[in-house]
Design a protein around this ligand. Structure first.
Ligand SMILES: *Cc1c(COP(=O)(O)O)cnc(C)c1O
Length: 396
């Protein structure tokens, strides 16, 4: 019997007690007169999370993948040209969806460990004088490689190229954990899901689109039904849904938004950065490298750690689970066996991540890695507390 298992995958993430309790309630009538008292404030508060005044939020009973599909099929036409870069499993899957939905998909293949190639995108867009590219797609946080891209920079590049394409962002593993600014960055569609930064079980696709995307929606002939914006908007405006919403998850969403606002969004981002930095200190102490090729791409929600050639990351992950009751993320696709991932997003703490680092260290050593037990933990401790605070006090 294990009393506690460690969940350190980059989603689903830990669900805080307050959120769990908020979902422990009898089922309710989603057509009752007081249901909008729950739902209308949810829509308003999601706009705060996305940092938008004019965006239109949607909540689907789905996962993030459904959110991708909702944004694309509601605003584009079959055969439309879209621009996307692939640098990890999630950007790859989004590009694959574009192809399968019948878009003319311009794919810029990047090395896994790099981010959105902002300059290349600029050049492609600048050359597209006829503005045939309808949408630019960017994964803000590539969960497979632990790479965060510069969405503000991408917006600047699009503006510099004078290109009117829609900008769609996958924020599934960044929204609510890493800063995202829909209005300021001119994002036309942002996709998220419940089981990462929102600290909920899987089951909601949480998205938001701009007025420009809603304008494009009017001329979009894509066949759609379950994900139809118009059906949603017709009912959402009064606080209802065109079909049964995931009422329990909506109650949980209320609780998770309350927690996020109580802490303050900026503090949530700072906590993620602080916790992630401690993990990066540990990795550095082991002498290991991140999959993310440059510090500017370091993700504050997930670290993908490259293991030496003589170590099989699949075995390390398996051993961590069997021996220490800890789940780490695996290397996806071509990274299988080469990396393991530590998720550090959502309801995390210094103490939890110290445990994760300790378990990773023991598992690595058990699997033959030549690192010193305690080295990563000490580096992490030094960042989180102890000497770092002493030094900060001395410097002050
Ligand atoms: C998890 C994730 C997805 C997929 O979301 P699902 O909820 O599994 O459908 C998409 N993009 C990114 C960046 C993710 O981390």
């Amino acid at each position: 019997m294990r009393y506690h298992t460690g969940l350190f995958i980059p989603g689903p993430t830990n669900v805080p007690d307050q959120v769990r309790r908020a979902m422990n309630l009898p089922q309710e009538d989603m057509r009752s007169p007081d249901f909008p008292k729950l739902t209308l404030p949810l829509f308003a508060d999601l706009k705060k999370v996305f940092k938008t005044e004019t965006g239109q939020p949607f909540i689907y009973p789905s996962s993030g993948t459904g959110g991708w599909e909702a944004v694309l099929t509601n605003t584009l036409n079959p055969g439309d040209k879209v621009l996307i870069s692939t640098f990890g499993q999630f950007s790859l899957l989004w590009a694959d969806m574009c192809q399968r939905l019948g878009f003319e998909t311009v794919v810029v293949d990047c090395e896994w460990g790099e981010g959105v190639p902002v300059e290349t995108f600029h050049d492609i867009l600048a050359k597209d004088k006829g503005h045939t590219i309808r949408a630019v797609l960017a994964t803000q946080n590539e969960t497979a490689t632990g790479v965060t891209s510069d969405i503000a920079g991408l917006r600047k590049a699009m503006d510099a190229a004078g290109h009117p394409a829609l900008l769609y962002v996958d924020g599934v593993s960044s929204v609510g954990s890493i800063d995202f600014r829909m209005d300021e960055w001119g994002v036309d569609g942002i996709v998220s899901g419940s089981q990462k930064g929102f600290m909920l079980p899987t089951g909601l696709a949480i998205i938001c689109v701009s007025q420009k995307a809603l304008e494009a929606h009017k001329s979009s002939k894509f066949p759609r039904c379950f994900f139809s914006f118009e059906d949603m908007m017709r009912t959402n405006k009064d606080g209802y849904f065109p079909y049964t919403p995931a009422t329990t998850l909506l109650r949980g969403l209320r609780a998770s938004l309350d927690l996020m606002f109580e802490e303050g969004l900026e503090n949530v981002f700072a906590r993620h950065n602080h916790i992630a930095t401690g993990v990066r200190k540990a990795i550095e102490a082991w002498g290991y490298e991140l999959c993310a090729k440059e510090p500017k791409w370091h993700s504050d929600t997930v670290s993908a750690i490259k293991v030496p050639a003589n170590i099989d990351a699949v075995k390390v992950i398996r051993h961590a689970f069997d021996r220490y009751g800890v789940s780490f993320g695996s290397g996806l696709n071509k990274l299988s066996g080469k990396v393991f991932r530590i998720g550090h997003l959502g309801a995390t703490s210094e103490l939890l991540l110290l445990g994760a680092v300790a378990a990773a260290e023991m598992s690595l050593v058990d699997c033959g890695a030549d690192i010193e037990l305690g080295s990563g933990v000490a580096a992490c401790q030094t960042w989180y507390g102890g000497r770092r605070n002493i030094e900060a006090a001395k410097a002050a």
